[in-house]
Write a protein that binds this ligand. Structure first.
Ligand SMILES: NC(=O)c1ccc[n+]([C@@H]2O[C@H](COP(=O)([O-])OP(=O)(O)OC[C@H]3O[C@@H](n4cnc5c(N)ncnc54)[C@H](OP(=O)(O)O)[C@@H]3O)[C@@H](O)[C@H]2O)c1
Length: 327
């Protein structure tokens, strides 16, 4: 089969198209024919081994391979079709159209990949193409996790800082579905995008600081690793809740202190990426509450350009790698 592979950490040019053996499913596993996969910030981070938050570096380097990548095929979030099932598999069948997350196992930049039956694989929404569905699990699973933690009540005011990325855009849609009034913070070129995804208000961080605008929020969902913790606290109402998914060490400590000694709650979390959460997203998509967020799809030959677009945020929605058009 064809796959995009890499054998050393570095710039987008380290990515190449290779012929590699098609993996085989074990007794408790399924073989998935991958049709599409989202090109994510995390793919770029694993390729270059440069992370927005520095404390991730050492544990991830030990896991990913100290001198060279242990797993040659990147790609975590996918949509495809079950091509074969191991002898013990009962939840999935050959021909099922599915989407999901391969977690740190990765492999979705290949035309086939193997996952455990109990990994994060669920039925693909009927009203989405493979390319649209592949763009859901990263943003959808992460945003849903944080929005459920936030226990949003209808009418609450939510500020999403860094709202124009994959997670932020799904965050807007899900917060709106939960009945919130959403303020999105991002750069000028993303205003139309965040508004189309449901944001009620927009703050352009290149022109003004959200902490100076005068708004107060029940919930702040922060996607920007470099943002000032104090500024986020200053816009929270009494009993407000703050969530981050990309915390610096200092922010982790300040979250604990804030929750213990003030009337505000501050939390950092990592999404669990559960099958049940993916099923909830499928229901929300089929009910029209979560909609596709794809900028455009690329072929394997265009993967280096796709990484450049994602790395520099020169995109309006997800960039999706299609694995169907490479013979
Ligand atoms: N905790 C978890 O479980 C988890 C799970 C998956 C991924 N992650 C991590 O999350 C990151 C990707 O998350 P994402 O998809 O939400 O983000 P993203 O794709 O990096 O998007 C962030 C958005 O914020 C904007 N931005 C940058 N600086 C800003 C500022 N000062 N104020 C407001 N907006 C600003 C960016 O635009 P510009 O930069 O162009 O200005 C971009 O539009 C990766 O680092 C990944 O490793 C965490």
């Amino acid at each position: 089969m064809k796959a995009v592979t890499y054998d050393r950490y570095g710039p987008p040019e380290v990515l190449q198209i290779s012929d590699i053996p098609t993996p085989e499913a074990g007794d408790d596993e399924v073989l998935i024919r991958v049709h599409a996969t989202e090109v994510t910030k995390a793919d770029c981070e694993f390729r270059s081994f440069r992370f927005a938050v520095s404390w991730f570096w050492l544990p991830l380097r030990l896991a990913a391979g100290v001198f060279r990548p242990r797993r040659r095929v990147l790609g975590t979030y996918f949509a495809g079709e079950v091509a074969a099932c191991g002898a013990n598999v009962t939840r999935l069948s050959v021909g099922d159209e599915v989407y999901g997350s391969a977690g740190l196992r990765m492999g979705a930049y290949g035309q086939h990949m193997v996952l455990g039956e109990n990994n994060t694989v669920a039925r693909k929404p009927r009203n989405m193409t493979f390319e649209e569905a592949a763009a859901v699990p990263l943003g959808g699973l992460n945003a849903l996790h944080f929005m459920q933690l936030a226990a949003i009540r209808p009418g609450e005011a939510v500020l999403i800082n860094g709202a124009g990325g994959s997670i932020g855009l799904h965050g807007i849609q899900i917060a709106k579905a939960f009945g919130a009034e959403v303020t999105a913070v991002d750069k000028t070129s993303k205003e139309d995008l965040v508004r189309r995804n449901g944001a009620d208000h927009f703050i352009d961080y290149t022109k003004e600081d959200f902490a100076d605008v005068g708004g107060k929020y029940d919930i702040v969902f922060d996607r920007v690793p470099s943002s000032a913790f104090g500024a986020c606290m200053s816009v929270l109402k009494a009993n407000g809740r703050y969530f981050t998914g990309n915390p610096r060490l200092s922010v982790m400590l300040r979250c604990l202190w804030t929750s213990k000694f003030t009337d505000k709650t501050a939390s950092f979390a990592f999404a669990r990426e559960l099958v049940e959460e993916l099923d909830t997203l499928t229901e929300m998509i089929e009910a029209g509450e979560v909609r596709p967020i794809v900028d455009h799809a690329v072929s394997m030959e265009q993967i280096a350009d796709a990484h450049r677009l994602v790395e520099t945020e020169a995109r309006l929605g997800a960039i999706v790698l299609s694995l169907d058009d490479t013979p």
